[in-house]
Design a protein around this ligand. Sequence first.
Ligand SMILES: Nc1ncnc2c1ncn2[C@@H]1O[C@H](COP(=O)(O)OP(=O)(O)OP(=O)(O)O)[C@@H](O)[C@H]1O
Ligand SMILES: [Mg+2]
Length: 373
Amino acid sequence: MIHATLVASHDRQLEDALRALGLHLERGTIESVTLKPTDVVIVDVREKGLFPAVAALKRHHPHIGIVIVASVLDPTLLLEAMRAGVSEVLPEPIVADDVRKAIERVTDKRMPTEVGRVFGFVGAKGGVGTTTVAVNVATALGSASKPARVLLMDLHQTGGDAAVFMGVEPRFSVMDVLNNMHRLDETFFRTLVVQTASHTDLLSSPERPLPGVFERERLQRLISFASGIYKETVIDLPQSDGAVLDVLDELSAIYVVANQELATVKSASRLTTMLRERYGRDKVTLILSRSDRHAEIGHEDVEKAVGAQLSHIFPSDYRVALQALNKGRPIALDNHNELSASFKRFAHRLSGKRAESTSARSGGLFGRLTHRS
Ligand SMILES: Nc1ncnc2c1ncn2[C@@H]1O[C@H](COP(=O)(O)OP(=O)(O)OP(=O)(O)O)[C@@H](O)[C@H]1O
Ligand SMILES: [Mg+2]
């Protein structure tokens, strides 16, 4: 564990970003640094500038690494920093990964890179509302995870419409990543995603796929790469693509999206059984989209037919869903509707420390309560 001290900073976001890196972090002054074991001192010079005590600290304790956080890379500051023996100056915007790399350089220690969690959503049939769920869960996770960003990947070989739901027109797609696996690194990856509202990056589905690119090994590497750089990744999964459904070993959870139509329930049963045989019972969970309390097939009927409990139930709201789609603005950005609240609640559960197992009762009960007139 790296012991770090943050000096002269009132920036909560910086503090959160440092804590998110898994450092043992304390706030302190330059003078207090040597009283405790310290590997690195992060000095925020944005308010008061670089003070002489930094040079003195470096002179007397050369083994302590120092990273300076500044507004801009100003030549005078750089010269001052150099004279003080400080080699790492980070300008705004403060990116968590740059901070991590700077700390690794000055301490000569690798930080354990936490493996992010990946949530996949697959529809029992086309049109059940899978993309709506994936987009809104990613949006809600993104809004809640600031300053870290969340990734949404649309793994449809073509015609995936997550970008439309997000209101963006991506220049690049999954195809560009899969086609360039040999030069894949974080900087390159971040040029291929589109930044959407609420701290969510989208890697979209291609306009035109090239044959042979969506293959097992590359898809597997893509998912594992994403989980290395994002703490949370959401995938909109195509239900009829064997290659994609075969590489979900690294997912933390796979959600089968169903509704209350007979054909969908039958497909949900087949798909859930298939995925549970392949990835284990606990990894595959059933959720219900567009819940309709007047439907002939009730929630319990769905659970019985599929042989799985419903872990979450999203209410139906045709008007809100259509308006969001037409505007290209995810429902989860709204504040005053039940559907949006339902997405946020679900995302909140996902972002808990451990993936929740199917505690269906709360979801089921919630669904019923929200539909009580
Ligand atoms: N909770 C909801 N209430 C009402 N309508 C919804 C809800 N969720 C989705 N819809 C509507 O259902 C339609 C299909 O949604 P969506 O595109 O998310 O489904 P899908 O399963 O991803 O479809 P596809 O198979 O084409 O990828 C859209 O018109 C959407 O607005
Ligand atoms: Mg879809």
